[in-house]
Design a protein around this ligand. Sequence first.
Ligand code: MG
Length: 185
Amino acid sequence: MSKRPAIFIDRDGTLNEEVDHLHRPEEAVLTRAAGQAIATLNAREIPVLIITNQAGIGKGKFGWKDYEAVMHRLGELLSVHRAHIDGAYVCPFHPEAQADYRHEDHPERKPNPGMILRAAEEHGVDLSRSWMIGDKHIDLEAGRNAGCRVALVRTGHGSKVNPALADLVADDLAEAIDRILATWP
Ligand SMILES: [Mg+2]
């Protein structure tokens, strides 16, 4: 099977509205038109892969069950638009985390590209034609480190990031996806 491009998406502040240490499913809200935009990717069989640092797990601020509950809720919200994500990659490691999760520079913690590289391997992705979309500098850096093009969204923390670091700057995820689709034949 020939490799295909994918869209890698940061979760908090990009897929869903920013909430500090989001861990309550009822607080999960998709950013504007994210469901419709992801449904378009699904229809074109472009893998949609979530790439998320969750140091709150490593620091003991919330647990895996909370993380799973939020992901389940996001799945429900996407399903309203007949949209789904094809994979979610999560990194709980952090230099100041508790015992098992303490790691000075884990290869999967953004800005390192480990999660993106693993996702690409598992989904047969051509990284050079793929994009990473996020609201933080570390998202852009992780995408670059993996060999992708990178898009900055202005939701979440995005307005604090230097736009010159991105190949594309959009108001939100839906606009970023629309514009990326326009670059693909
Ligand atoms: Mg974010």
